[in-house]
Design a binder for this molecule. Structure first.
Ligand code: GLU
Length: 481
């Protein structure tokens, strides 16, 4: 068994395509199949090497590896379509020689006219005007300087049956695929629907597992395979990934490129787990599964026929799970850039304090990037004081608490929460939430967060003193002026 993933390098790796890649990779692992990466870069205007590199980078980041590909090499390369034009030319010469394809001299303007005339009456289909040109006509067109495309002569009245492993039997008629289609453009560049067939055959692919958006291309590809006497493969079309409005997942729904997920602090383990399991359920409805467990349970036949709805909330939740499953040492390098992004000089902080901070704050992180908004609470010299915290600290009851806290930290060389609370209770008469809410606001700038005990542990006596002093200056001292 040989599987492939064939991205077009025309942008970032889309989450839907990442899912196709992940599923192919996991199936290859399950069935001990070869997994081939092929770059489909014949859309010359839109393809770029940067995009190819970023796709490969994202695939590797997801933990996907391949046996053959543009970087890995292999016996059936080159693995970039732009490097295989001579191969495609041989096949189009063959099709032309056998009369299964023909040169079409219609200009873009003429085709546009045919298309707009057809729009009035119904669906457009190429009329086949150049199907049977005489030698004279051809000469005249060439003399006019027209550059021909090559069109595939779609056989009349042929039925194409696709026994799709996921979708079941889908029957197409050659009458309904839009007429003779272009296989080589007038600039000599061959088109996807034609060369995908040649590449899959020459690369000995056995199963094509790809998005459902390609199901409608399949009859064209099968007709090409028949015309070239190439094997017809097994197809499995994965249902599309939809937003919760059942429309194809797009930027309107949220972030859609793997690159962005990485930047926001999603972990590859979470994305792989989530995307691999979109549209099917594991035994016992378990949702968190390791790659090995997914490989054990995934089955091509079991993948859902119906649309898979992308649940952003669930992915976040899953990511939180994987954050908690990592060791602190693994999290540190992932979180450091975000902590620095919050303006904290991490070089000035001991590693052991950073690790402990991560340990204290990670229950509040669903994304690695969530640490950015939290880290200041424990690590900034002075944290940001939220509006709610400021409001609370501006109340008359808080004023006394602020003053007494300053007193405590200035005079009691004691880093002990119980002591602090006892002193504050006695001095202010406040207790319960009336004491703890403003105290939390004073020490962290927020109304919610980790245990105050942990906050004080990281801040140390001096850190607490500075914050109390700052708040005193800001909310109390200034009022006295
Ligand atoms: N290059 C195509 C795409 O990115 C691949 C289609 C296929 O897998 O056949 O959609």
């Amino acid at each position: 068994m040989r599987l492939r993933f064939a991205p077009s390098p025309t942008g970032f790796l889309h989450i839907g395509n990442a899912r196709t890649a992940i599923i192919n990779y996991l199936l290859a692992k399950k069935y001990s199949a070869d997994f081939i990466l092929r770059i489909e870069d014949t859309d010359i205007d839109r393809s770029s090497r940067e995009s190819e590199e970023s796709i490969l980078h994202d695939l590797r980041w997801l933990g996907i590896s391949w046996n053959e590909g543009p970087d890995a090499g292999g016996n059936f390369g080159p693995y970039r379509q732009s490097e295989r034009f001579d191969i495609y030319k041989r096949y189009s010469d063959q099709l032309l020689a056998e009369g299964k394809a023909y040169h079409c001299y219609c200009t873009p303007e003429e085709l546009e006219r045919m298309r707009s005339n057809a729009a009035a009456t119904g669906s457009y289909e190429y009329s086949g005007r150049c199907r049977n040109l005489s030698g004279e006509e051809k000469k005249r067109f060439i003399a006019e300087g027209r550059k021909p495309t090559i069109r595939f002569r779609v056989p009349d009245g042929e039925t194409v049956v696709v026994d799709d492993i996921i979708k079941g039997r889908v029957v197409f008629s050659s009458e309904n695929i839009g007429g003779d289609f272009i296989i080589v453009r007038s600039d000599g560049v061959p088109v996807y629907n034609y060369i995908v067939v040649i590449d899959d055959a020459l690369m000995h692919i056995t199963h094509v597992v790809r998005g459902e958006d390609h199901l409608s291309n399949t009859p064209k590809q099968i007709l090409i395979a028949r015309a070239l006497s190439l094997p017809v493969l097994q197809y499995a079309h994965l249902s599309l990934v939809m937003g919760n409005d059942r429309k194809k997942l797009s930027k309107r729904h949220g972030i859609t490129s793997v690159d962005m997920y990485r930047k926001e602090g999603y972990l590859p383990e979470a994305l792989v787990n989530y995307l691999a399991m979109l549209g099917w359920a594991a035994e016992g409805d378990r949702e968190i599964l390791s790659v090995d467990e997914i490989v054990e349970q995934i089955e091509l036949e079991k993948l859902a026929k119906s649309a898979a709805i992308f649940d952003f909330q669930k992915l976040r939740w899953m990511n939180g799970h994987y954050i908690r499953a990592k060791s602190l040492e693994e999290l540190l390098p992932l979180m450091l850039p975000h902590i620095r992004g919050a303006g904290i000089d991490t070089d000035a902080i001991e590693q052991k304090t950073l690790l402990r901070t991560i340990e204290i704050l990670r229950p509040y992180c669903e994304l690695i990037g969530d640490i950015r908004h939290l880290a200041g609470m424990l690590l900034a010299e002075i944290p940001e004081y939220d509006d709610e915290a400021q409001t609370l600290l501006s109340t008359p009851e808080a004023a006394l608490l602020i003053k007494e806290s300053c007193n405590f930290f200035n005079h009691e060389p004691q880093n002990d929460i119980t002591q602090l609370v006892t002193v504050l209770k006695a001095a202010t008469g406040l207790k319960g939430k009336h004491l703890f809410h403003p105290l939390r606001a004073l020490l962290t700038g927020k109304l919610k967060g980790p245990d105050l005990e942990h906050v004080i542990e990281i801040l140390g006596f001096e850190g607490c003193r500075k914050r109390a002093e700052y708040v005193y200056q800001k909310f109390f001292y200034s009022e006295q002026q």
